[in-house]
Write a protein that binds this ligand. Structure first.
Ligand code: NAP
Length: 479
């Protein structure tokens, strides 16, 4: 039931809407009802998309950077004009509150604007060899055909964060969106075509057979890169497959963000930051604060204030204008969140608000705060991906840093303190690709986003984001 929203539901290959042999349903997380049926891409369709991307590659790579830039700028304008409509679509298929969906669409559009600006700045370098014998010229060339695989939690932004730099660099792409949220990706394909992206440069392939279609593409020697955002588990599979043809990889994987509050923190700011870091996207963000470590002397006050804010949030269907927290994306996600909460409570934690699944339709979970969480609880080791804030106390800076680093993940961490030296010292000591220092939000199209350890390889956004789609070619010469 897309209502007035106009969305194509076939595959987008070679600039055309292509039907598939079968279709699959997309559900409304607020009701579990079917909202649309989408073409289910097969391996043959995937290889046709690679073919289209490969055929378009040389012309696109040699298209003037200014022309590529203007097309991306037009796509930014179209997304901005249609922001409300796109936000409705994101909210409808993902479940997130409209306010979050609007935020996502604005953020997503910014990647097109930022990379419109970067497209004309892919500069190389020239130097004299230390021996003086020759010159070292370094030029930048597009990597080639890229396979982009995106998750359901930011259906617009995860697509534009890859398509923007890829197109700016002169690469052509096949996007495989998450099967829970393919509609937004199809809407993006239509916008890019309207903006002037030539046929074959962007192809979009929804598929329920993700493993098979992505594997087939990664084993096609015309594919030179895979950029993946999703779970660490699937990232490992794709890294192994990429090894077969030595395909260039960018991996934006899972997170387990610690949120540190020192006794000298501005508690008002820390609570505001905690609400953003935890509740943006209803907790379904790789950057979501997953573990709150609070210095013992302020822990009771922090927990009470966070409980009061979390319990006041309005939960409801994402598309209702006054909803602050929508349903989670699907049944499996709710079941996982609830089992982590129940295990923590069995291990001695107390739910000061929330903590139990409501009855009735839809994939809802209430905003929940847990105090007295055992440092060994599973909820501190696994990505919760839901609106649950477990709180643990610490007594020294060294203990806080050790607890923050006690995870295989390293995407982002948040640190609240008014002592600048401590803030910078702790930021350096934490093993993460990004730090929010007295900030609950780090994502910015102009900044390099990415993780260390098992949170990933490479960076998206900023100048670095485009380098991930460029090869450096070194030319040795003498004159
Ligand atoms: P997921 O299960 O790993 O799926 C991500 C994408 O991979 C989907 O398009 C999925 O398709 C596809 N996929 C699944 N199995 C595959 C396989 N064997 N081969 C190829 N593709 C496969 O992750 P998710 O549940 O959608 O998203 C949540 C995860 O994404 C979390 O771990 C979160 O932290 C991470 N994430 C990371 C970032 C970041 O920037 N670091 C940003 C957002 C999300 P189907 O939908 O068809 O299964």
């Amino acid at each position: 039931m897309l209502g007035e929203l106009r969305v194509e539901t076939d595959l987008f290959i070679g600039g055309k809407w292509v039907p598939a042999e079968s279709r699959f349903d997309v559900l409304d997380p607020a009701t579990g009802d079917v909202i649309a049926s989408v073409a289910d891409g097969t391996v043959d369709n995937a290889l046709a998309a690679v073919d289209a991307a490969y055929t378009a590659a040389a012309d696109w790579a040699s298209t003037a950077p200014r022309v590529r830039s203007e097309i991306l700028r037009t796509a930014y304008g179209l997304m901005t004009e249609r922001a409300d409509e796109l936000a409705q679509l994101v909210s409808l298929e993902n479940g997130k509150a409209l306010v979050d969906a609007k935020g996502e669409v604005a953020y997503a559009a910014e990647f097109f604007r930022w990379y419109a600006e970067e497209a004309v700045r892919a500069a190389g370098s020239i130097a004299t060899a230390p021996s003086g014998a020759n010159r070292i010229l370094v030029t930048r060339q597009p990597v080639g055909v890229c396979v982009l695989v995106t998750p359901w939690n930011f259906p617009a932004a995860m697509a534009t964060r890859k398509i923007g730099p890829a197109l700016a660099a002169g690469c052509t792409v096949v996007l495989k969106p998450a099967s829970d949220t393919p509609l937004t990706a199809l809407a993006m394909a239509a916008i890019l075509a309207e903006a002037g992206v030539p046929a074959g440069v962007v192809n979009v392939l929804p598929s329920r057979s993700s493993g098979k279609v992505v594997s087939a593409m990664l084993h096609d020697s015309r594919v030179r890169k895979v950029s993946f955002t999703g779970s660490t588990e699937v990232g490992r599979i794709l890294l192994a497959q990429a090894a077969d043809n030595v395909v260039n990889t960018s991996m934006e994987l899972g997170g387990n963000a610690p949120f540190l509050v020192f006794a000298d923190a501005d508690l008002d700011a820390a609570i505001e930051g905690a609400m953003i870091a935890k509740m943006r996207n209803g907790g379904e963000a790789c950057t979501a604060a997953n573990r709150f470590y609070v210095e013992e002397s302020v822990a009771a006050e922090f927990a009470a204030r966070l409980t009061s804010r979390m319990s006041a949030l309005r939960v409801g269907p994402g598309v209702s204008p006054d909803t602050q927290v929508g349903p989670l994306v699907n049944e499996d996600t709710v079941a996982k969140v609830d089992s982590l909460v129940q295990a923590a409570v069995s291990g001695g934690a107390t739910a000061t608000t929330g903590g139990a699944r409501p009855s009735g339709a839809g994939f809802y979970y209430p905003p929940t705060v847990l105090t007295g969480v055992s440092p060994s609880a599973a909820i501190l080791r696994e990505e919760i991906f839901g609106p649950v804030a477990p709180i643990v106390t610490f007594t020294s800076e060294a203990e806080a840093v050790a607890m923050a680093n006690d995870t295989e993940y390293g995407l982002v961490a948040y640190v609240y303190t008014t002592d600048l030296a401590r803030g910078l010292r702790v930021s350096e000591a934490i093993e993460a690709g990004m730090i929010g220092l007295n900030r609950g939000l780090v994502s910015d199209p102009a900044a390099p986003f990415g993780g260390v350890k098992q949170s990933g390889i490479g960076r998206e956004g900023g100048h670095e984001g485009m380098l991930d789609y460029l090869e450096s070619k070194y030319i040795a010469t003498t004159w």
